[in-house]
Design a protein around this ligand. Structure first.
Ligand SMILES: C[S@@+](CC[C@H](N)C(=O)[O-])C[C@H]1O[C@@H](n2cnc3c(N)ncnc32)[C@H](O)[C@@H]1O
Length: 309
């Protein structure tokens, strides 16, 4: 039987997470994390902290044999893909690989959950914005093999890679969503880790764009930084004035700060209540699915109501 010890990452936690023995089974560790509502545990032996074990590693491990087969078909990972971290430590590299593939796999779960909620069948036209270097797009291609894919990002290298590797129609983006030019309409729009990096005006701009590009009956899945990420940011501050950022979020349900030296790009936090209230600006968009911490981010699935419904 596999033990927690096999999934140990030799890092010292910055927070006082609950602990578990290295000899515990994976099931015990996952149950403990579920009960304690945490995503990692300290691994303790004879009063010494050996490191941590991450929920994502254990969860993804359960799907590893399926993934191992699928990875062959999932295409290359670009050298320049910032979402795929590299390490000389094999355990760490396995953690990074699992995280990378896990995000794509979860995206399909969330899309399918939204489709099920509204009784939607296979999408024919899919837009991945922002596509990056195809962390999710490779899974979209695998899951919806008959669909036409469009890959859009401000990072041209990522767009070119997605066109070459996954056969997607390339679209170069620009900063202001009002100026983004995309032809046609889509049955599915996936927007992973973009609203997490822009201010409220850009949220509105992107949601306007998505609402316009969605075909009636189409679905939109977006990810956001919610309560779980706010908690993690206490331990790992993403911006210099994190305390004021967090207190603004707690007061108003939303906060945004630029990254150092990056005007217009940074980190946002948005509570489910704030996001749901904002969504009411688009009467045609109905919330069909919400999963807090669906990845480490919250995930919202919306449905564009057909005019006659
Ligand atoms: C955190 S990455 C996520 C990429 C991809 N969704 C994934 O999960 O791998 C954020 C992406 O947003 C892109 N981006 C930032 N501003 C953008 C804009 N105005 N239009 C399109 N993409 C943008 C960045 O280039 C980057 O690839």
């Amino acid at each position: 039987m596999e033990r927690v010890r096999d999934f140990l990452i030799a890092e010292q936690p910055t927070k006082d997470f609950p602990s578990i023995s290295p000899e515990a089974s994976l099931q015990e560790a996952l149950a403990r994390m579920r009960d304690e509502k945490v995503a990692r545990l300290r691994v303790m032996e004879n009063g010494t902290c050996l490191g941590v074990v991450h929920r994502i590693d254990l969860a993804v491990h359960r799907e590893r044999s399926r993934l191992a087969e699928e990875r062959q078909r999932l295409g290359a990972i670009a050298e320049r893909d910032d979402m795929h971290k590299r390490s000389d430590d094999p355990a760490m590299q396995r953690h990074y690989d699992d995280w990378y593939y896990g995000v794509g796999l979860r995206a399909i779960d969330h899309i399918k959950a939204t489709m099920r909620a509204v009784g939607k069948t296979e999408p024919q036209r899919i837009l991945d914005l922002p596509c990056g270097h195809g962390r999710v797009l490779r899974f979209l291609k695998e899951a919806f093999s008959a669909a036409a894919l469009t890959a859009c990002d401000i990072d041209r290298d990522g767009v070119d890679f997605c066109a070459a590797e996954f056969g997607a129609t390339p679209v170069y983006s620009v900063e202001n969503p009002a100026d983004i030019e995309i032809e046609g309409e889509f049955d599915l729009i996936y927007c992973g880790s973009l609203l997490t990096h822009v201010d409220r005006d850009r949220w509105i701009g992107f949601l306007d764009l998505f609402e316009r590009l969605l075909a009636p009956g189409g679905i939109l899945v977006v990810t956001t930084h919610g309560r779980f990420m706010a908690q993690s940011m206490e331990a790992e501050p993403p911006v210099p004035d994190t305390p004021s950022f967090l207190s603004e979020y707690r007061r108003t349900g939303f906060a945004y700060r630029n990254y150092v030296d990056q005007e217009g790009y940074g980190v946002s936090l948005s509570s489910p209540a704030w996001v749901c209230a904002l969504l009411e600006r688009w009467p045609t968009l109905e919330l069909a699915m919400l999963q807090e911490r669906g990845i480490s981010q919250d995930v919202y699935g919306c449905f564009k109501r057909p005019a006659c419904a």
